[in-house]
Design a protein around this ligand. Structure first.
Ligand SMILES: Cc1cc2nc3c(=O)[nH]c(=O)nc-3n(C[C@H](O)[C@H](O)[C@H](O)COP(=O)(O)OP(=O)(O)OC[C@H]3O[C@@H](n4cnc5c(N)ncnc54)[C@H](O)[C@@H]3O)c2cc1C
Length: 532
């Protein structure tokens, strides 16, 4: 065989091996997906003592506290795991039990309702007591969820508002709190308005935790990933409603806030600091190099409205976007190299077009969760890993990412990376505990061929060694035991990141001595040893 032939067959082998491997990984990924079970174990579904509690698709829907206490009692006496599903937007393992002895619940009845709204004497605030299973906005996956019974709509009708929301508002109140979800703002956080939570712990006791009178336990429990108990009620002290006025604009990288001055990303830093609400999608692919920037500020709700319109508001546009992502993903896999980057550039640039800025002004709950208008639960379903850094690490983070994409352009992926911030939080396990943060949120389109872990790994490898990095609890986490820089992801690393972790684990044990809320996934992350 000539040298040329040998070379060609070598290249062919690598090429075929690479594609087979990706197909293999995709099949494994799909199989893993189908192996996920959300049903409770059959013996509990058939249990006579539980048969008055409504069930749907193998999940209990307790309507009141007595139902929950009974479910906890049964779980406790059978050494079963009991987990609450919010709107199911976190990674599967963060929510469900991974064993065959489990009870899964979705809060129903009273837990989806607002119980009281007490307006302060000057009318400036409203103390709102609400069931923890109430959705913030409308959840398209829940047939009973509507715009009218959403938390946001109801409090807005009374003239009050939450100061912040995430990029979409399908979440339940407890689900949002438990993973420390946050909107893009250094000025507003959910902790500004959260007053009290009611939680039923692993002993079946109702515990009411107030921000002032039970400061430590409250700050430990708000972000606890379902590991402390079942949150049943929440009380907010809400300010008056407002509108958000802002602009969405796409820019070439060279004209964007990401341009640095000798390695300093001052413009990005200032945008995070000075805008009341800000987030940006960065398309770092070699031949895309564009950004889509969204910023807003709080204004009077009486000003005339100019509704926000998402590029993916129409179904047709979601289909086109999905097609573009499919083409980009296949091109990356089948062709690879610079030619693939050129095609990806061509395809994605048609979506991130340079056009006139779009201005909007509308009520807070219609504008802040701007991705509510896109089909984020189906065609545009996306997986994420999200890393939060102290704000002052912005230069190091951005330089690291730019170096990564220069070294290997395909690591830029075929979608976007969201860059935004979050206000410092008093909650012990919040990734923004005691510091304002800059967040990096790489997107992996849910229908891509390949394994999101492999994609996210590249980010973890370069970003987790940066001091102060912490991960979003509801998104992809590295596997415990994996090494990143000088750290092994797991309990030692987390202790280093979260100064109150030991105290948090002590309170966890006190709240749930029989470990009925502990799953295999969280046991490994926090090294929670089984009771002997
Ligand atoms: C399209 C999309 C957009 C997103 N945008 C943002 C964003 O802008 N900012 C951000 O920070 N995050 C964002 N996220 C992440 C999302 O906010 C979190 O995953 C959030 O936890 C989801 O809430 P949920 O109601 O779906 O809860 P789930 O995902 O169902 O549950 C989350 C955790 O809370 C626990 N839990 C739920 N209810 C209770 C309860 N009553 N008592 C005790 N434990 C409970 C669950 O067991 C689980 O551990 C986004 C996710 C998606 C898919």
């Amino acid at each position: 065989m000539s040298l040329l032939n040998k070379l060609l067959s070598f290249i062919e082998n690598i090429f075929i091996y690479h594609i087979l491997r990706l197909w293999g990984l995709s099949i494994l990924y799909i199989l893993r997906f189908f192996s996920y079970k959300s049903e409770s174990t059959k013996k509990y579904l058939d249990d006579n003592t539980l048969n008055d509690i409504p069930k749907k698709k193998g999940i209990f829907h307790p309507q009141n506290k007595e139902h929950i206490i009974r479910l906890i009692k049964v779980a406790r006496s059978n050494h079963a795991t009991i987990r609450v599903v919010g709107s199911g937007h976190s990674v599967w393992e963060a929510i469900y039990a991974q064993n065959d002895n489990c009870i899964h619940i979705i809060l129903g009845g009273d837990f989806k309702k607002i119980h009281s709204i007490d307006i302060s004497s000057n009318g400036n605030f409203a103390l709102v007591n609400v069931g923890a299973g109430c959705h913030l906005g409308r959840d398209p996956n829940d047939k009973e969820s509507s715009f009218e019974n959403s938390f946001n709509f109801q409090v807005d009708q009374k003239g009050y508002a939450l100061p912040i929301l995430g990029g979409m508002s399908h979440q339940t109140i407890a689900g949002f709190l438990q993973t420390s979800s946050s909107g893009g703002s250094l000025k507003h956080g959910i902790a500004d308005v959260l007053e009290e939570i009611e939680i039923i712990n692993g002993k079946g006791e109702t515990v009411i935790l107030n921000k002032k009178t039970n400061e430590d336990k409250f700050n430990a429990s708000v972000v606890s990933m379902g590991l402390f108990g079942i949150i049943t009620r929440v009380t907010f002290n809400l300010p008056k409603k407002y509108s958000v006025e802002g602009t969405e604009i796409n820019k070439e990288f060279k004209d964007s806030l990401l341009v640095n001055d000798k390695g300093h990303y001052q413009k990005l830093h200032d945008a995070l600091k000075n805008n009341e609400y800000f987030h940006m999608n960065w398309f770092p692919q070699k031949y895309v190099q564009r950004t889509s920037q969204w910023n807003g500020k709080l204004v009077s709700p009486d000003l005339p409205k100019k509704p926000y319109k998402h590029l993916l508001k129409e179904k047709f546009m979601n289909v086109l976007a999905a097609l573009a992502l499919r083409i980009s993903n296949l091109t990356d896999i089948l062709i690879g190299g610079n030619f693939a980057q050129r095609i990806i550039g061509l395809v994605l640039r048609t979506f991130v077009r340079i056009r006139n800025p779009v201005h909007f002004r509308d009520l807070w709950f219609k504008v802040l969760p701007n991705d509510d208008q896109a089909d984020v639960d189906r065609l545009m379903k996306t997986s994420y890993t999200e890393i939060w850094f102290p704000l002052e690490k912005i230069d190091e983070v951005m330089n690291t990412l730019e170096r990564l994409f220069r070294r290997k352009p395909s690591y830029a992926g075929t979608f976007a990376i969201e860059l935004y911030g979050a206000k410092n939080s008093p909650y012990w396990m919040s990734p923004s505990y005691k510091r304002d943060v800059f967040r990096v949120n790489p997107y992996w389109w849910g229908r891509n061929l390949g394994d999101p872990y492999e994609f996210f790994e590249e980010f973890w490898k370069v970003l987790l060694p940066i001091d102060g990095a912490r991960l979003h609890w509801g998104k992809y986490l590295p596997k415990p035991g994996e090494i990143y820089g000088e750290h092994i992801f797991g309990i030692y690393y987390l202790r280093h990141c979260y100064p109150k972790l030991n105290n948090w684990l002590d309170i966890r044990e006190e709240m749930d001595p029989d470990q009925i809320f502990v799953t295999y996934y969280w046991r490994r992350v926090f090294d929670i040893r089984k009771n002997i």
